[in-house]
Every structure is written in C-alpha cells, then in structure tokens.
Design a protein around this ligand. Structure first.
Ligand SMILES: *[C@@H]1O[C@H](CO)[C@@H](O)[C@H](O)[C@H]1NC(C)=O
Ligand SMILES: *[C@@H]1O[C@H](CO)[C@@H](O)[C@H](O)[C@H]1NC(C)=O
Ligand SMILES: *[C@@H]1O[C@H](CO)[C@@H](O)[C@H](O)[C@H]1NC(C)=O
Ligand SMILES: *[C@@H]1O[C@H](CO)[C@@H](O)[C@H](O)[C@H]1NC(C)=O
Ligand SMILES: *[C@@H]1O[C@H](CO)[C@@H](O)[C@H](O)[C@H]1NC(C)=O
Length: 190
C-alpha cells in the first residue's frame, strides 16, 4: 500500500455545517473545517460557480437564488481534493409565474391555469368574484399538480364566463392573479 511521507497529510474535511432551511432575508453562515499538511486550501462553489475562499461563507439577507447545494472543496495537492456539500433551502412567498386560459365556447370543457413558484410549495384556492370555488361543486374540478393548479369546467355555460382569481399561499405569504374565462369570440384580456 502506498504510504504518504510522515510530513504530508492529504486534505480531509473534519466538520461541515448541517443542511439548513431558512426564510428569505435571513443571515446565513456556512462552515467547513479541514485538516491536512500542508494546511489545506478551502474554496466554496454554488451551482458550479466559485463563491469564496476560506472556512466560512457569510450570506447577508439570503435570496432564493442562493438556495441549493454548496460544495466545500478542500485541497493541498497531496491527493484528490476532499469535497462535501451543504444543502441550503430558502423559503419564500409564492409568486404567480403563469396564469391563463384559452377561449372556450359554450358546451365544451374549459381550463384556467395558474402556476406559482414557492418554497414550501404553494396551496391554491380559486374564486369567482368573492365566491370560493370548491372541487367537485358547480361543475368545476380543481386539480393541483406540483407548481400548477387547474380549474376545469366540465361543460362551459354562459354563466361561467367572467373574472376568476387564483390565490397561491404558503407559510411565507399569499398572492393572487385574475384570469378571465371567455368565449371564443369574446375579447381576450390575457
Ligand atoms: C462541528 O462544529 C460545530 C460548530 O463549531 C460543533 O458544534 C460540532 O460539535 C462540531 N462537530 C464535530 C463532529 O466536531
Ligand atoms: C443580518 O446582517 C446585517 C448586516 O450585518 C444586519 O444589519 C442585520 O440586522 C442582520 N439580520 C438579522 C435578521 O440578523
Ligand atoms: C352541457 O350542458 C348543456 C346545457 O345544460 C347540455 O345541453 C349539454 O348536453 C351538456 N354537454 C355535455 C357534454 O354534458
Ligand atoms: C378581474 O378582477 C380583478 C380583481 O377584482 C380586477 O383587478 C381586474 O381588473 C378584473 N379584470 C377584468 C378584465 O375585469
Ligand atoms: C388579491 O390581492 C389583492 C392585493 O393584494 C387583494 O386586495 C385582494 O383581496 C386579493 N384577492 C383575493 C380574492 O384574495
């Protein structure tokens, strides 16, 4: 077996911050400690981009763009670098990234779509004016799939046309968007 000369010790990470979940705006410090001889060099990467050098990463008022895995790379050229990762999850309030419908004639199926980015994932509610719409009542179905919620009309009637609101919420906040269900010939507000 190959033995390192006594004076040389490969870089080895001995302690690294645990994975964390924080709210957007928090101050976060990540730590990565390493031993080795010569003294290891430590760099941090996030999404394959260099972040900083040294044992600590300080993030003031963290944003959602700063979420994800942080790689601590410790090396002293004695052997392959020692690499460990910390996962940072950043909670943030929903924002609606897509909301829309297509023109739907009377007597056909209609769909209103609403898509929200959020961590934790958003819960959705649908309203027509002030009235909450519930899955399975009044000829509508509500289907939630990941980031997306769909309000589906099984058989559109004249009375269904109008202004709907998709509300997206999580523990961090609430937001909404208006979507018009319109006939094929009606004016499109989208
Ligand atoms: C790692 O460092 C933290 C913070 O300094 C300390 O609380 C913890 O006990 C250390 N863990 C190990 C395994 O040394
Ligand atoms: C985060 O750090 C900044 C700058 O050091 C400080 O002004 C702010 O109060 C800190 N925020 C929290 C929530 O600790
Ligand atoms: C849709 O509703 C209309 C009016 O109530 C009815 O005449 C028609 O048969 C329905 N269509 C379907 C596919 O259920
Ligand atoms: C739909 O309703 C929302 C909220 O009440 C309102 O802000 C928006 O202007 C309405 N849209 C149309 C096209 O009437
Ligand atoms: C949608 O958001 C606006 C602005 O925050 C608010 O005034 C309104 O009450 C919300 N509508 C619904 C149905 O939640």
């Amino acid at each position: 077996m190959f033995m390192f000369p006594l004076s040389l010790v490969p870089a080895k990470i001995t302690n690294i911050s645990a994975d964390i979940t924080v709210n957007e705006g928090s101050n976060v410090t990540l730590m990565c400690l390493a031993i080795g001889r010569p003294e290891p060099n430590i760099i941090w990467k996030h999404r394959h981009k260099f972040v900083t050098e040294g044992e600590y990463v300080d993030m003031t008022a963290i944003t959602k763009e700063q979420s994800g895995s942080y790689e601590c790379i410790s090396s002293n050229d004695i052997s392959a670098p020692d690499v460990k990762t910390v996962k940072v999850t950043v909670n943030y309030a929903p924002f609606i990234s897509k909301a829309g419908s297509t023109g739907t004639p009377v007597g056909q199926k209609g769909v209103l779509q609403c898509e929200a980015s959020a961590v934790p994932g958003a819960d959705f509610e649908w309203y027509k004016e002030d009235r909450r719409l519930l899955n399975g009542l009044n000829g509508v179905k509500i289907e939630n799939q990941g980031k997306q919620s769909m309000l589906m009309f099984l058989n559109v009637s004249e009375e269904d046309y109008g202004n709907y609101t998709c509300v997206a919420m999580n523990t961090m906040g609430i937001t909404n968007a208006s979507i018009i269900l319109y006939g094929k010939t009606a004016y499109c507000y989208c």
